[in-house]
Design a protein. Structure first.
Length: 202
């Protein structure tokens, strides 16, 4: 299974195998043995592609559940949507998709966190969720800028619908969570239906 590509030193797990000792980076080992997929750092195309590969590999292994462990400041909305689709593919394959926030689930990270199977979204006591508006910049002709605004508005409305569908946040107050950075602690996240429970241990 493809492991995470990291710039820092990654712990290695050694196991005795059929052909001698086998080394796994700790992320690949946790995915293989426990079905845990880690999303830490900025979400980009490389991260999204690695997650797709891990989801397909676990689906091939006929696992019953996958757990996304999230500690992310967010990232690129298109890559966020890619991960959301991968999660939905897993759900359609009758796989329970757990999400755990330990640290932070901000921006795109929040949208991925709340997309876990309902009843299986957990958050640690000191973690925070943050939601906000889409950030974008566009230069060019007036028509190009109008087209860009139309596209971004469509994206934002789709993300709002996603939040409304998966939480207790209503259409009447959804803008309170998108107009500016909205920081939500673990217990408020449960009250809002973003998380299902606060966990004290692993």
């Amino acid at each position: 299974m493809k492991g995470k590509i990291l710039s820092r030193t990654t712990p290695v797990k050694y196991e005795a195998g059929r052909y001698g000792e086998q080394a796994y980076d700790i992320y690949s080992w946790l995915a293989k043995e426990q079905g845990k997929i880690f999303i830490d750092g900025v979400i980009n195309t490389e991260v999204a592609s690695t997650i797709i590969a891990q989801v397909y590999a676990l689906k091939h292994e006929a696992v019953k559940e996958i757990e996304f462990v999230i500690n992310s400041p967010g990232g690129i909305v298109y890559d966020c949507n890619t991960i959301l689709d991968a999660m939905e593919l897993a759900k359609r394959a009758k796989i329970t998709v757990k999400t755990t926030c330990i640290g932070k689930a901000m921006s795109c990270g929040a949208l991925i966190f709340l997309n876990g199977s309902h009843g299986y979204r957990t958050i640690t006591p000191r973690s925070y969720v943050m939601m906000h508006d889409i950030s974008y910049g566009q230069y060019g002709s007036h028509i190009e800028m109008e087209n860009e605004l139309e596209h971004v508005t469509k994206l934002k409305n789709a993300l709002k619908d996603h939040v409304i569908l998966n939480t207790n946040i209503t259409r009447e107050n959804i803008n309170d969570y998108f107009d500016r950075n909205r920081y939500i602690d673990a217990y408020e996240a449960v009250d809002l239906g973003i998380a299902d429970s606060v966990i004290e241990g692993i």
